[in-house]
Ligand binder design. Structure first.
Ligand code: ADP
Ligand code: CDP
Ligand code: MG
Length: 236
């Protein structure tokens, strides 16, 4: 996935994208925060980008708000442009895109406009009864967290989002975790997935995060020197 373009122009940044999907309330936002902290990704929630757009006075604001209130999906070109803009404004090269692609149209629009193949799709699997319970006690003042809209969102998830999961499953790109456990336990499984893809891509930031007071300064120095050698070797 080298030198793919994010805006139609060539780029030598090696950009990594991981899509994060799961039913409404499966813990996408909760787990993404943990992945950011441990693995240095930048997190974009499609829903949060849309909510911010409704508050920005954008020409599409009212239309987006009405669709979200109904649990319906917003036009792909709008959400993909918002994601692309957020990625272009970021200095990072590793992105978690949560709540996306929600349907085939989202997936195809991302492929056309952003043109980056995801590393994999992280799928948080959780039964509907548990999702409903979590959404009804989320308490974030969301207009769509009411039983009527929740039922509509479940329907959209089953009918439009699951086919996208199947698309990536057929390509061996789905990493599924059981999300019906306490958040820390879910993250243990996610950690194993991200650790295994990390490989040589371990970052300086990662070493800083993993370094504990009980680790001797010489051990940390040794790790950093090893990383420098690795990077020099990669550039050859
Ligand atoms: N593993 C979990 N077990 C119980 N509650 C959870 C878990 N993960 C998240 N929650 C809670 O469920 C609600 C939905 O989580 P959130 O991360 O917003 O999900 P999503 O982004 O998938 O809709 C929040 O109130 C959150 O605190
Ligand atoms: N790709 C996306 C993502 C969200 N949305 C809209 O945003 C709403 C909330 O999405 P969200 O990802 O914040 O919802 P949760 O799954 O976090 O509960 C959805 O019900 C859709 O109305 C969309 O239209 N297209
Ligand atoms: Mg969310």
């Amino acid at each position: 996935m080298d030198s793919k373009a994010m805006n139609g122009k060539p780029s030598n940044k090696r950009i990594k994208v991981v899509f994060v999907l799961g039913g409404p309330g499966s813990g996408k936002g909760t787990q993404c925060a943990k992945i950011v902290e441990h693995f240095g990704f930048t997190h974009f929630s499609a829903g949060d980008l849309l909510r911010a757009e409704t508050k920005s006075g954008s020409e599409y604001g009212t239309m987006i708000q009405n669709l979200m209130k109904e649990g319906k999906l917003v036009d792909s070109s709008i959400i993909v442009r918002l994601i692309q803009k957020a990625m272009l404004e970021s200095e990072n090269d590793k992105f978690l895109i949560d709540g996306f692609p929600r349907n085939e149209e989202n997936r195809i629009a991302f492929e056309k406009i952003v043109n980056i193949e995801p590393e994999f799709l992280l799928f948080l699997d959780c039964p509907e009864s548990e999702l409903e319970k979590r959404l009804l006690s989320r308490n974030q003042g969301r207009e769509d967290d009411n039983i009527e809209t929740i039922k509509k969102r479940f329907k959209v998830f089953m009918e439009s989002t699951l086919p996208v999961v199947s698309y990536y499953e057929q390509r061996g790109k789905v990493r599924k975790v059981n999300a019906a456990k306490p958040p820390e336990e879910v993250f243990e499984d996610i950690k194993a997935i991200f650790s295994s893809i990390q490989g040589n891509d371990i970052s300086y930031r990662q070493i800083a995060i993993e370094a504990k007071p009980e680790h001797s300064p010489s051990l940390i120095k040794c790790c950093l020197q090893f990383l420098c050698c690795l990077r020099m070797h990669e550039r050859k």
